[in-house]
Ligand binder design. Structure first.
Ligand SMILES: CC(C)(COP(=O)(O)OP(=O)(O)OC[C@H]1O[C@@H](n2cnc3c(N)ncnc32)[C@H](O)[C@@H]1OP(=O)(O)O)[C@@H](O)C(=O)NCCC(=O)NCCS
Length: 190
């Protein structure tokens, strides 16, 4: 009888250890951390539906994804900020959409957003892209050279205040001949 108990205990014990290890070592991926950072950054943003982290998950596996333009900012080895640029179309031209940009609340106003934008622009330019389009706060993005996309005849596919739909040229006059309505990848749900 006691042998039987011993065997049952051994099997149960092994099972618990196995399940525990599976949970522990299943591994949290960088993608999980990035999505958590994005979710936490947008938690108190008023004009948000708080689904930016879900958009990131979708975009990371989409055709619009560019590995070199998915950038993290780290502090003491931990991810505290994130920026993503994905492919969009304006007519025949492939430009980029900046969405989202997110910095953990505790690390905001320390220049992290700025450094992510500047790094992203540099990489995008080196990859040969002509410009970036975004939907955002002009009070913030004007600091980095963004202005109304309508200036170039680049239009939003949805109704949006002119000042919030912005673009930037990645080199002088790079957007001069680019006009039309932005076609977002389906993941944006636009
Ligand atoms: C918006 C956000 C990315 C800014 O990141 P950040 O690291 O705090 O920004 P920085 O410290 O690099 O700020 C750069 C400059 O913008 C200013 N700034 C920061 N947030 C601002 C805001 N919301 N509106 C206007 N200016 C702002 C800073 O004071 C700084 O100005 P300075 O260079 O003259 O000193 C961050 O606040 C965030 O993640 N917010 C929640 C998510 C969000 O709203 N994302 C943007 C979606 S459009």
């Amino acid at each position: 009888m006691s042998i039987l108990f011993g065997v049952v205990f051994f099997i149960l014990g092994s099972l618990i250890v196995y399940v525990f290890q599976k949970k522990i070592f299943k591994g949290i991926t960088e993608e999980d951390v990035v999505c958590e950072v994005v979710q936490k950054a947008f938690i108190r943003v008023k004009n948000s539906e708080h689904n930016e982290h879900k958009l990131v998950r979708e975009l990371l596996k989409s055709d619009a994804f560019i590995k070199d333009l998915s950038l993290t900012a780290k502090f003491q080895g931990s991810i505290v900020g994130y920026i993503l640029f994905t492919k969009i179309k304006v007519g025949e031209e492939t430009l980029l959409a900046l969405a989202p940009l997110a910095v953990l609340p505790k690390y905001q106003k320390k220049g992290i957003g700025k450094s992510l934008i500047e790094k992203g622009h540099k990489v995008a330019k080196n990859l040969g892209y002509k410009g970036v389009v975004l939907l955002g706060d002009p009070g913030y993005y004007k600091k980095f050279g963004y202005s109304s996309a309508s200036k170039w005849g680049i239009k939003s596919p949805v109704k949006i205040a002119d000042e919030n739909f912005m673009a930037i040229e990645l080199y002088p006059d790079s957007l001069i001949d680019i006009k039309g309505v932005v076609q977002y990848p389906k993941e944006f749900g636009i």
